[in-house]
Ligand binder design. Structure first.
Ligand SMILES: Cc1cc2nc3c(=O)[nH]c(=O)nc-3n(C[C@H](O)[C@H](O)[C@H](O)COP(=O)(O)OP(=O)(O)OC[C@H]3O[C@@H](n4cnc5c(N)ncnc54)[C@H](O)[C@@H]3O)c2cc1C
Length: 494
């Protein structure tokens, strides 16, 4: 008898989504992540949960339709994490003609199944407030609906839901070797200790690490795939409203300027071929210059590399093959089955938006090996997401009334991160000091304790950059205090 039905290597969005789906079908699941959850692609995500309007140009209408369907699922299942926004697409005289954009957006609106988000419209930028931050030349823009998501929190809450349904989530645990017979026997190195875990099936969801894992862990030929480095930059807020600008760049790529953590604007993304180690991918100066230049084509306020307050780069992976098939495919999914040998499912790539569905397809492929319940995630909510997305502001106000010492901004941040699970963090607190020490503007000991106990945070970076983005504003002395507090909490728990 094996320890688990399914072992998953890789705690990115793909791995966490399979863990959740499988655990909810009643299977015994273990997820093994060598570092922190969402430390790969998600940590540098562009924050878009969208149909990707630009895909229509490639004739990928079906793919856009699927993504828009998943956007609606995301809004329903994670109303705290997924925020609808209006996207402003200025017409640039050197880029796509207005009639083409208008027709494309008409198709985009029509492909969206929900009907809940407003349809696209034309803006006269000479008078509309959306035109104010832009240079004078932009007389017309189109405005359409899409969504933003904090992908790191999506990964963590997906893993949380998997754990609530019985999955074992192991972070800081590297799968060093996987031997295949009628079961999988995995050698896992956790904080220097080696242990053997057995499972009836294995899912390799290691993103940009796929070739390395195939070579050194699975000892199988790697799927032909290429790596890219995807970079984003963060600057002080470039404009005062909460809409996104979709900017057509001179290389035909779409660059997005996105409101980020209240006081900042995220500009992304730059994508370059990458042949290095996925562990050490970092932002290149050329990517920063590229993104500044793309923004400077549109915004009145010029930005220079010196204005960049934070930059991040993540490794992406895409299966090789003719361009046309790549555009139509949403990630790579392959099931290897051999008589007398335990199955192996390999998955990587694809978008944030469609990860839930990809996991569902993966589990449907694996289901003949198990007696499982049927697909369930399309109608389920993620932890803390039991309210309607249109009630987000009302939820934040309710929290502020219940815990008046929080202040509006703090209540909004907590609802956006935890939804109704805010209750578990704040409980019966009456005054701020009931929540323990304070780090930076509004991170409290109670929140840190919650993150360590329920969301697998082990180090300050896990909290400051992945469970939140408070690293953007946390002063150095508060980081040190947080580090000491977490070390003390770990020691007390040992
Ligand atoms: C920078 C960037 C921005 C993106 N932005 C968007 C966006 O805005 N919208 C959108 O729809 N899509 C976006 N995508 C795509 C999307 O984020 C990813 O495809 C998605 O997160 C799936 O990632 P993954 O789980 O396959 O891989 P990853 O998140 O990279 O996870 C792989 C994990 O495997 C772990 N691992 C590797 N080897 C081992 C081992 N031996 N043992 C244990 N663990 C191991 C790694 O540590 C890593 O955490 C973006 C992708 C990138 C790279």
């Amino acid at each position: 008898m094996s320890d688990f039905d399914i072992a998953i290597i890789g705690g990115g969005l793909n791995g966490a989504s399979v863990a959740r789906d499988a655990a909810g079908r009643g299977l015994r699941v273990i997820l093994i992540e060598q570092n922190d959850l969402g430390c790969g692609a998600a940590a540098s995500s562009s924050h878009l949960m969208h149909g990707n309007f630009a895909d229509l140009e490639q004739g990928a209408a079906l793919r856009v339709r699927r993504a828009l369907t998943e956007r609606a699922v995301g809004l329903r299942s994670a109303p705290h994490l997924v925020r609808p926004a209006r996207f402003v697409l200025p017409v640039h005289e050197s880029e796509r003609p207005p009639a083409m954009l208008k027709a494309g957006l008409y198709v985009y609106d029509t492909l969206a199944p929900d009907g809940a988000l407003s349809r696209s419209e034309t803006l006269d930028m000479t008078v509309h407030e959306m035109g104010h931050p832009l240079k004078r030349a932009f007389g017309v823009a189109f405005e359409y609906s899409d969504c933003m998501v904090d992908e790191n929190r999506l990964v963590v809450l997906t893993a949380r839901d998997a754990a609530d349904r019985g999955a074992t989530i192991r972070t800081g645990a590297r799968c060093a070797r996987a031997d295949r017979s009628d079961v999988w026997k995995l050698a896992v190195i956790d904080r220097g200790n080696r242990e053997i875990v057995t499972s009836r099936a294995l899912v390799s969801a290691v993103g940009a690490w796929s070739s390395r894992v195939a070579d050194t862990v699975l000892h199988l030929p790697a799927v032909q795939a290429s790596l890219t480095r995807v970079s984003q930059i963060v600057v002080k807020r470039l404009y005062d409203h909460n809409n996104v600008y979709a900017l057509q760049n001179d290389d035909k790529r779409m660059i997005y300027a996105i409101p980020y953590e209240r006081d900042f604007t995220l500009i992304g993304s730059a994508e370059q071929k990458y042949s290095g180690d996925p562990d050490t991918v970092s932002v290149a100066a050329e990517d920063v210059i590229y993104l500044c230049k793309a923004a400077n084509r549109y915004f009145r306020e010029r930005i220079e590399p010196a204005d960049v307050v934070h930059a991040m780069a993540g490794p992406n992976v895409q299966v090789d093959g003719p361009m046309e098939t790549r555009w139509r495919r949403d990630g790579y999914l392959n099931l290897s089955r051999k008589f007398g040998e335990a199955p192996l499912l390999t998955m990587f790539g694809g978008t944030t938006t469609t990860a839930r569905r990809r996991a569902e397809v993966a589990m449907t492929r694996l289901s003949p090996f198990f007696e499982t319940k049927s697909a369930w995630t399309a109608d389920a909510v993620l932890p803390g997401g039991d309210f309607s997305y249109s009630q987000f502001d009302a939820e934040a106000e309710r929290a502020w009334r219940r815990w008046p010492f929080l202040g509006g901004r703090h209540a909004q941040r907590l609802i956006a991160a935890y939804g109704t699970r805010i209750e578990v963090i704040l409980g019966d607190a009456k005054v701020m000091s009931d929540l323990g020490p304070k780090f930076g503007e509004d991170l409290t000991g109670a929140e840190v304790q919650y993150l360590m106990k329920h969301e697998w945070a082990r180090f300050p970076e896990d909290i400051l950059w992945r469970r939140s983005k408070l690293g953007l504003t946390m002063p150095a002395k508060d980081r040190e205090a947080l580090s000491a507090y977490m070390a003390q909490t770990t020691a007390e728990a040992a």
